[in-house]
Design a protein. Sequence first.
Length: 526
Amino acid sequence: MSSIASAYNRASGRSKRRRCFGGRGSGREGERGDLTGSNSSLSSACSHRASTGTIHSQSPSVFPPPPSSGHKSQIPGASVGVSYDIHNRPISVNTFGSVMPDVTSEVDLATTSETDVEDRNRNKNYEPNILERALERTICYHPRYNKKPTKVNIVLMCLMTIFSNAGILIASPIYTTSMRRAGGDEMVVLLSLAAVMPLPLVFLSLLLRHTYDKTITLRPSASTVLYVVLGVCFALRYNIGVFASLPSHTHQDLQPAISAAGIPFIIVVSWCILKKGISFRRLACCAAALAGVFVCVEPRIWSVEGSSGDDLFPHDTLVSKICWPAIFGASFFPWAIFVAASEREIKKNVIHSFSLATSGILSGCVFIVALFGTDFIPWYGNVDNLADFWDKLEEGFLCNFSYKPRCENCLIKLVALSSSIVCHSIFSLLLVSATEGSVFTTLVSAMSAPVVAGFWSLFDYDYSTDTIKWHPTWSHSVAFTIASFCLVFPATIAYTIFYVKDMKAKNREKKGYSDVSSSEYDWEWD
């Protein structure tokens, strides 16, 4: 046993900083030596997955002496989640709350010599044995904790969030107008969405579970209250948004700019629900993004060359001119609650963000159906009795799911709107789990405003004939669209940089440092 202890001390003395298999972890602290001389090294190394993803070498002499009796007993004064085995080697509690197995047997110790340890240290191409590979698969590997998204993944999530939100802002007024002319109304649009979204979601979840990630599940993994909150907020977001998105209520050119109301909403909601403050410089970035979004609508307000000549407020009364755009903006308040509540659950690392998004959409479909009574509200809805409601529902569903010339391709528009809603909900929560959180995700969604403005600079849709055609317009209004993007995009990037710097400064203050060195520029989310 003396040769074993000598080999252990020599191996620990030459230990280097190494990254644990997988990277992102639960944030448990506690340092240990790099036990390269035994098979238990990978077990203890992988169990210690700090937010930096590294393991700091430490001499075994600093550990307290082993207990006189017992196995895996806790040493008084040791770090939380760290215990010691009979060989005075630390054993950590893994992410799932159970003690990691002590895979080092007496046979392993007896067959480990000093020569083996030296050969292993010198061989940079050393291949782990069967036991170490099993440890990598069973202890270290878990998709939810160890698959840290790359920068390419985050960029793709941002692009999908932007274009899916743009799809909602483009398809919603077109589809509601076509449904109105086909004999239905906005409630038929909502019920059609609730009818077509669940089945593809379930199929996609099962497909991803069996082909990509076993942690994706349709089983309830959070509290019932959370699912109710997500469902109600999802239903209110699209109930209010669809009713107010009719061009006769809120002009389609105003909708991208008003959608930026989600930025101040998410700041307030994040502070209330998540207790997350925001620094002055990040608040300035949000203000710059808001200003950039409103630049999109400047050509319409001032009748700049190349802008549409339609009235931005097509109402007879002043109340309607103010109320409908305000109602459309208010629809983003429940969405802010949806995203913030989801972030609170995702940060607990108890549920996959894709599973939470899927469950939120499915719950939202149930509450969309439950809110069918909003169609009977005077001035807001469109029907007075159940017979009228049934007639509109029948006409609308016939147009959605059968071909009629007067239906103006409602099925295609339904598919476009429903797929945009599903993609936006899923990728928003994926982005929340991969980045700073809900505020950054909302800023990314705000970049859809110049995208929508650019789309209408290239295409023209005639509501009277239901035709869309390629009609690029190069005028002064295009300059406003470019200026809008040039404001929103740098503001979002600056927000990310300032967030990283703020978190680095906060972490250094917790450690007792009075200054903020260049380490605050390290790009780490944790």
